[in-house]
Design a protein around this ligand. Structure first.
Ligand code: FE
Length: 236
């Protein structure tokens, strides 16, 4: 089997939001699709480990914001690589409440859809929720971001919780440089907040402890979110 064949399937990029009591949450999803027109029904596949799953299961409602190609990696990382249980994903973006009280993210959104759950299909790691569309609106002009665009132009990666995640091969091991060459500045990933500590390196990614950030090969990616090395910045 060639897993890369699966890369040829097209998807979009969406923020899916829901709530559980007073707590609201949103996450990036690529598997959102309309399944019938009468009644207008959409489906979304959500990882059971995600807080959004807990929210949709509790409230039986969700919203979908269709993202534009203008959405920056920081915005995607905020919703895609952080857990809403511990982190307020909404403090840095514009949103409003939908008819059901579930937030609708309006930043970088071309359209929004609100749905009430009518079915839930257990598919192992994920649940496919189907929802009757109770409201839908155009929010702006622009080009919807496809998953392909996210990978090829934005250089984005899928988190391990994504339905379409495919394990990447590890980079070849790089030996630690001699001590006199070492710089020990820490660097932070702007997408997910992961901190590269040169003292620890990234042994799983083939980077030996003691490797300064500057000496990491350009093909290395963030071990948490898969963002490129260029998405890192030096910590103050
Ligand atoms: Fe990251």
């Amino acid at each position: 089997m060639n897993p890369k064949a699966l890369y040829k399937i097209s998807y979009g990029m969406y923020v899916v939001c829901s709530r559980k009591g007073e707590k609201i949450n949103g996450q990036i999803a690529n598997t959102v699709f309309q399944i019938t027109s009468e009644p207008a029904t959409i489906a979304v596949s959500i990882n059971k480990q995600n807080f959004t799953h807990e929210c949709i299961t509790a409230s039986r409602v969700f919203t979908v914001s269709v993202l534009s190609t203008e959405a920056p990696m920081e915005f995607i990382g905020n919703f895609g690589f952080k857990c809403g249980k511990e982190f307020d994903k909404f403090k840095s973006c514009k949103f409003r409440a939908g008819k059901t009280g579930v937030p609708i993210v309006t930043d970088y959104a071309l359209a929004c859809i609100e749905a009430e759950v009518v079915g839930a299909f257990d598919v192992g790691t994920h649940t496919i929720f189907t929802g009757n569309i109770i409201d839908a609106e155009i929010l702006g002009d622009g080009t919807p971001m496809t998953y392909d665009y996210y990978h090829k132009v934005k250089k984005g990666f899928a988190p391990k919780s994504a339905p379409t995640y495919i394990k990447e091969q590890k980079a070849e091991a790089v030996p630690a440089p001699k001590s006199e060459e070492r710089k020990m500045d820490k660097y932070v990933c702007k997408v997910c907040g992961y901190v590269y500590d040169p003292a620890k390196g990234d042994p799983d990614g083939g980077i030996a402890p003691g490797t300064p950030f500057e000496k990491i090969p350009d093909g290395w990616v963030c071990p948490v979110c898969g963002a490129a090395k260029s998405e890192f910045e030096k910590m103050a």
